[in-house]
Write a protein that binds this ligand. Structure first.
Ligand SMILES: Cc1cc2nc3c(=O)[nH]c(=O)nc-3n(C[C@H](O)[C@H](O)[C@H](O)COP(=O)(O)OP(=O)(O)OC[C@H]3O[C@@H](n4cnc5c(N)ncnc54)[C@H](O)[C@@H]3O)c2cc1C
Length: 460
């Protein structure tokens, strides 16, 4: 793994490392077994799993709700559950565990669609409000102490050992002491603040962000009859986008995806492609680039709305109901881990004894006018436990899209079904570490796998 690279002109201006000594002098709000930074898919799974395994757990989330990219970014579907196949006419699940449990919880509330065609595989769209409620209820029932509207801004370290985090809010600043820290921030924000190494994509080039939106008041029967069953747009729509662009519309992405939602008359649209005005790839870890993405995202949503209303059957009376709370972030930091998930591991569908999650999801690379898809047909690869363990540090594990992975590998391994399972693995690892005294880097992976399998995970 190379040293940190970045594409944003101002990133180096920000002071990143925020290390605090054990005698930090801050008030201590809590002293717990497990601290989880971030309540996205991975953080929720880690927190619930650790708490249900008997650990005291605090989860710290900067927004007032759980869900991260899936909810705030409105990514909207649970990808990564089913095999891709040229022949199969129905979905075959190869991921279970916490992913299945959360999907079932959504379905019970009416917040999950049946599987929808996505090229050669399937995905299900979820209701973002029910996602939040499901996470609240699962964490509360498990006894997790939730701190919304709080950001992790520093790390308490004794040498290489993580002792907890510093949390900021408008009430002030506190310390939380923890025996295990789970960095589920998506951005590797805890590890980076502690001075851990990481990479940004391929030599600093990362996948573009997308502002999602929901389109309401659609005659969905007419729409789907014309668009077809596949959520990936048909060639005629791509051609119509290219033609509208030639006439001056700002529609930089030609291949768009449209999903059914659980609500009548509504579509979920994944269409925008956000770059700087001069075409520079954004690195949204930098707030200035993130701001560019937000402003450009809202403008581009209106461009796609105009196109859909003017062009596609069933959309004549449609309007944008909402965008994501934030531009959707596919990729920022990938930590330097004990083991890096390699591009070749994904392409060759490598199986392993130390795998903690299967992934059948294609390499779905968003870079350029048409996202590229490399399918893994009738097969999957295993993600190794060591890709969640930073190369350096004790008492620390990451869960979610900031795992150690090469650029193309991450373009597959980052989706929600797998993030739930990374959190599931991290929660068990923390509980085992606390029981046995083994550091998170050294816990018995067979035991993690056995516990996950007992709770429904599908691991070979
Ligand atoms: C545009 C787009 C489209 C996508 N499409 C799909 C799709 O269709 N299907 C699919 O399955 N996946 C999709 N994904 C991927 C998927 O949504 C994410 O990769 C996945 O949800 C990441 O989960 P996570 O838990 O690792 O991280 P995140 O969801 O990013 O969660 C991290 C959480 O940590 C919080 N946080 C961050 N820093 C701090 C801090 N310092 N203090 C406190 N809290 C903090 C954040 O607010 C957030 O809630 C898409 C992603 C994007 C961006």
């Amino acid at each position: 793994m190379s040293l940190p690279q970045h594409t944003s002109p101002h990133l180096a201006t920000w002071q990143l490392e925020q290390r605090f000594a054990p005698d930090h002098g801050l008030p201590v709000l809590a002293d717990v077994d497990v601290l989880v930074a971030g309540a996205g898919a991975a953080g929720v799974a880690a927190a619930v799993t650790a708490a249900e395994s008997g650990c005291s757990v605090v989860v710290v989330e900067r927004y007032g709700f759980a869900g991260g990219a899936a909810v705030a970014g409105m990514s909207g579907t649970i990808c990564g559950m089913y095999l891709a196949s040229r022949d199969a006419d129905r979905p075959t699940a190869v991921v279970g565990g916490f992913t299945r449990r959360f999907a079932d919880e959504l379905a019970r509330r009416g917040g999950l669609t049946p599987p929808q065609r996505y090229g050669l595989t399937w995905t299900s769209a979820h209701d973002p409000l029910m996602w939040r409620e499901s996470a609240d209820d699962l964490m509360t029932a498990a006894g997790v102490r939730i701190l919304y509207h709080c950001a992790v801004v520093g790390v308490i370290l004794d040498g290489d050992r993580y002792l907890g985090v510093v949390v900021d809010s408008n009430a002030g600043r506190v310390a939380i002491h923890a025996r295990c820290t789970v960095d589920a921030s998506g951005d590797g924000s805890v590890v980076a603040r502690a001075g851990g190494r990481y990479a940004f994509g391929a030599e600093g080039r990362i996948q573009n962000p997308t502002m999602f939106f929901r389109l309401g008041n659609v005659d969905t029967e007419r729409f789907w009859a014309a668009y077809g069953e596949d959520t990936i747009c048909p060639p005629e729509v791509t051609a119509a986008i290219a033609s509208a662009r030639e006439q001056g519309a700002d529609l930089p992405r030609e291949k768009i995806w449209v999903f059914r939602t659980t609500r009548p008359g509504e579509l979920l649209v994944n269409a925008t492609r956000l770059t700087a005005a001069d075409g520079r790839v954004l690195n949204v870890i930098d707030p200035e680039d993130f701001t560019i993405a937000e402003v450009a995202g809202r403008r581009q949503v209106r461009e796609y709305e105009r196109f859909l209303v003017a062009t596609l059957p069933g959309c004549a009376e449609a309007f944008v109901v909402d965008t994501g709370v934030e531009a959707g972030i596919r990729q920022t930091r990938s930590i330097a881990a004990r083991e890096t998930l390699r591009n070749d591991d994904v392409v060759s569908c490598r199986k392993r004894d130390d795998g903690i999650a299967r992934s059948p999801w294609p390499i779905e690379l968003h870079d350029g006018t048409r996202p590229r898809l490399h399918w893994l047909l009738d097969d999957w690869y295993d993600v190794p436990y060591a890709s969640l363990v930073p190369e350096r540090g004790e008492g620390i594990i990451v869960a979610g899209r900031c795992l150690g992975a090469e650029h193309e590998a991450l373009a597959s391994a980052r989706v929600t079904a797998q993030c739930f399972e990374y959190g599931h693995a991290a929660g068990h690892a923390a509980a085992i570490s606390l029981r046995t005294g083994a550091d998170l880097a050294d816990v018995d992976v067979d035991e993690i796998r056995a516990r996950m399998t007992e709770r429904g995970s599908l691991l070979a």
